[in-house]
Design a protein around this ligand. Structure first.
Ligand code: SAM
Ligand code: SF4
Length: 442
């Protein structure tokens, strides 16, 4: 979500005649887009702002803006602590950035835009400026020109007890299906082939706002996107297990463009912990959905998010999470130590887990998951994978790099004439922990 928001802000500034620079000393405007999901992310923002103080002293006209969830959460506190910040704008307000930059340039007071409206609507479509669409390699975002994110909903109504998102991004609101399809069609015309549909809980797309009766459900929306001829690959993230419907699972059987990768955050393998997290499902319900997904699409790659050390998590609860890793055998897992977030209910929960216990559990879990991920990747050895080329491999060894349909990075040998966005077949020769190696298959 943040990456897409950064891209939108970049596009809007380009449309207002700014151009991107890789040299921070050349910048007239710096926008720091922030995440407050964990405490560490927030600390990083303050330390980056600390490092920008000298630059602002040398160049007083430089406009520094902090956007996103930390901005929403900290509001005036942020400007009080860091007076070098000219603009503070929350996630719903990013669309006002060019206007605020122009006001700040006229030497107004520090500007603050952190309203959260329950009836917020994502603007229709922010077209990329010609400067961006001409560029084959997009310097605004880290995404490549042929694969793009498209936001389909904003906010979240789930109120998991550890999570700050409902407070920083506001109530869940789906975008109108016609707006989404128009955006994807426009991207396809510019050569985009792969779309990732984005939202905090895409499975509940179409439920909110209250007047969304005529909206499509998420599976219906997926099928509409798949019908667009020039779109070759479709991905989505993130899904909430409680809202994963049989209709969505069925899409994996007959929507060929839907990539066989499902990120399905479980958070814990213990029912009492899931209950205190307010996740709305049990381990048994989660496993039943995983089984159905694998029946429908046996080669689907599953990934997840896990929190260790949630308040009250016992050794037995943690063992249940370790057991779940063995049962599901995910391709990969993002795992985090629980941290208190402002406004989230779990801040007030008893029995906080000691920091060293959290660290021990995290490293134990990551070690186990690494073993499983390596075994999963070795399972690809000898297979032929359909790859979309992303560019020269980062290793600088003249190899090419791309992703499998199941979203695993593949570095492979191939002729110099290949180009980004091209689709090729690669025979996998080696499975590593985080990637695969292969050779172009004729
Ligand atoms: N909406 C998605 C979901 O329901 O899974 C993802 C939300 S969040 C951006 C990404 C991940 O951050 C969560 O799945 C969770 O594992 C982790 N997370 C959120 N709040 C956390 C906290 N207070 N401490 C540690 N990890 C947290
Ligand atoms: Fe946070 Fe839960 Fe919403 Fe995900 S579903 S954004 S974890 S409140």
């Amino acid at each position: 979500m943040n990456e897409r928001d950064s891209e939108i802000m970049g596009q809007m500034l380009c449309n207002a005649d700014y151009s991107p620079t890789e040299d921070i000393h050349q910048a007239d405007v710096i926008v720091i887009n922030t995440c407050s999901i964990r405490e560490k992310a927030e600390q990083k923002v303050y330390s980056l702002l600390g490092r920008l103080k000298k630059l602002k002293q040398k160049k007083p006209d430089l406009i520094i803006s902090v956007a996103g969830c930390v901005a929403q959460q900290e509001g005036e506190r942020l400007q009080a602590r860091m007076p070098l910040v000219d603009i503070v704008l929350g996630p719903q307000q990013i669309y006002c950035l060019p206007e605020l930059v122009s006001r700040a340039a006229q030497k107004g007071k520090p500007l603050m835009a952190v309203d959260l409206s329950p009836s917020f609507e994502i603007p229709r479509y922010i077209p990329p400026s010609p400067a961006i669409s001409r560029q084959k390699d997009d310097r605004i975002a880290s995404t490549l020109y042929f694969k793009k994110f498209v936001t389909i909903m904003q906010g979240c109504n789930n109120f998991c007890t550890y999570c700050v998102v409902p407070y920083t991004r506001g109530r869940e609101t789906s975008r109108k299906p016609d707006d989404i399809l128009a955006e994807i069609e426009a991207l396809a015309e510019q050569g985009v082939k792969e779309i990732t549909l984005l939202g905090q809980n895409v499975n509940s797309y179409g439920k909110y706002p209250a007047d969304s009766r005529n909206y499509k459900s998420f599976p219906e929306l997926l099928r509409k996107v798949a019908a667009l001829e020039n779109i070759k690959r479709i991905r989505f993230t993130t899904s909430h297990p409680k809202d994963l419907s049989p209709e969505l699972i069925a899409c994996f059987a007959d929507v060929a463009k839907l990539c066989p990768h499902f990120h399905l955050p479980v958070q814990s393998g213990s029912n009492p912990v899931l209950k205190r997290m307010n996740r709305g499902y049990t381990v048994e319900e989660y496993l039943a959905k995983v089984d159905t997904l694998r029946q429908v699409k046996p080669d689907i790659a599953l990934t997840t998010d896990i929190i260790v050390g949630f308040p009250g998590e016992t050794d037995k609860d943690f063992q249940a999470t370790m057991d779940l890793l063995e049962t599901v055998r995910y391709h990969g897992a993002f795992s985090f130590k629980y941290s208190d977030r402002p406004q989230a209910k779990a801040v007030a929960f008893d029995n906080k887990v000691a920091e060293e216990v959290k660290s021990e559990r995290l490293s134990c879990l990551q070690q186990k998951q690494n073993e499983i991920s390596l075994q999963k990747n070795r399972g690809y050895e000898g297979s032929i994978q359909h790859i979309m080329v992303e560019g020269q491999s980062k290793n600088g060894d003249g190899q090419w790099s791309g992703r499998t349909m199941s979203n695993i990075i593949v570095n492979f040998e191939g002729p110099a004439a290949l180009s980004a966005g091209q689709e090729v077949q690669v025979r996998i020769t080696e499975g590593l922990l985080h990637s695969l190696r292969g050779v172009l298959s004729l």
